[in-house]
Write a protein that binds this ligand. Structure first.
Ligand code: PYC
Length: 333
């Protein structure tokens, strides 16, 4: 007998990048922390992610989340991120979209209106949101500790030649490519070029280096590439195009990417605690970032960053994953 699984989903976008919250059909996950539950999901239930994220039910940029009860009663809820790139330890645009959906659609009932404590696989994230009537107008998250993991690494890719890059962590590891002799800036390239160059660069970096989070060894590997360049709006601080998965450029300014970049700027002395960091995405949408606190991670200097942005809910989806469909687990071309 073929089996059929039904998932209720609510769809939104955060500054242009999609977020699909699974509001019905969420599976039971074994584990005592969100990092353990993430591991259990990846080992046993990853077909739910691929079925809901990839074509024909999703697309290259699709990302989403599932909500769980918190493990610590002090917190409001726990979250699993499901994306075309896998189950990210943390996702900023995913958090902004999820909170907007969860509050507007009544999936979460905060003990203190306007504030939530969220357990992500990467650690505790504090959320503040502003509401006008039923609508959530903005979401600010105070992210996990972020730091510059490596500076001035040399690497060569066929398309550009020799590059000097930095690697920073903001909930995921980012290879940051700033304008330099062989890379004039993201504005000189089409999205497809940035994607294929980033795929090559990420693979070369991961063959040469092994980035492991000093406090959580399950968080390892460079998953994202950030190309930087000139801003579209002169009043913005910086612009980026973040590559993730195999074919995606984030339409939002990327929350964990913005955190990683603020950690990089802090380490280089370009950003001070409290300064506003207006980060533009590839399409020109903006997040406002700030260094909330200076900290350390396993003896290395780091920051606690915050990111603020908005999301819009746009639809309800009942999605069926039926084993008699040859593409039940999605596909990539
Ligand atoms: O906002 O952190 C983020 C993110 C990661 C991948 C896509 N968006």
């Amino acid at each position: 007998m073929p089996s059929r699984h039904t998932f209720s989903c609510i769809d939104a976008h955060t500054c242009g990048n999609p977020v699909r919250v699974v509001s019905g059909g969420v599976p039971f996950l074994k584990g005592n922390t969100m990092l353990e539950k993430r591991q259990y999901f990846m080992e046993n239930l990853d077909w739910i992610r691929t079925g809901l994220m990839f074509e024909p039910r999703g697309h290259d940029m699709m990302s989403g989340s599932m909500l769980f009860p918190p493990h610590d009663p002090e917190n409001d809820f726990a979250i699993l991120f499901i994306e075309t790139s896998g189950c990210l330890p943390m996702c900023g645009h995913g958090t902004i979209g999820t909170i907007t959906i969860a509050i507007e659609e009544g999936l979460i009932h905060p003990r203190t209106p306007g504030f939530l404590r969220m357990e992500s696989p990467a650690g505790l994230v504090l959320v503040e949101y502003k509401q006008e009537g039923k609508k959530v107008k903005s979401v600010k998250l105070t992210n996990v500790k972020s730091y510059l993991a490596a500076e001035n690494l040399e690497i060569e890719i066929e398309e550009l030649g020799k590059l000097t890059v930095d690697v920073a962590y903001g909930g995921n590891f980012y290879c940051i490519v700033d304008p330099q002799e062989n890379f004039p800036g993201l504005e000189h390239f089409k999205a497809e070029q940035l994607i294929s160059m980033a795929r090559n660069l990420r693979s070369k970096m991961n063959k040469r280096y092994d980035f492991i989070h000093p406090e959580h060894d399950r968080i390892r590997g460079l998953s994202h590439v950030m190309w930087t360049g000139k801003t579209l709006d002169q009043s913005s601080t910086a612009r980026n195009a973040v590559f993730y998965g195999d074919k995606a450029i984030d339409r939002s300014p990327c929350g964990t990417g913005t955190s990683a970049r603020m950690a990089q700027w802090f380490a280089k002395g370009w950003l001070k605690p409290g300064d506003e960091f207006v980060h533009e995405s590839f399409i020109g949408s903006k997040f406002i970032g700030r260094i909330e606190e200076v900290t350390e991670i396993a003896g290395q200097p780091g920051i606690v960053p915050s990111i603020e942005g908005w999301a819009k809910v746009y639809g309800y989806n009942t999605i069926i994953l039926d084993d008699d469909d040859p593409y039940v687990h999605g596909f990539q071309v």
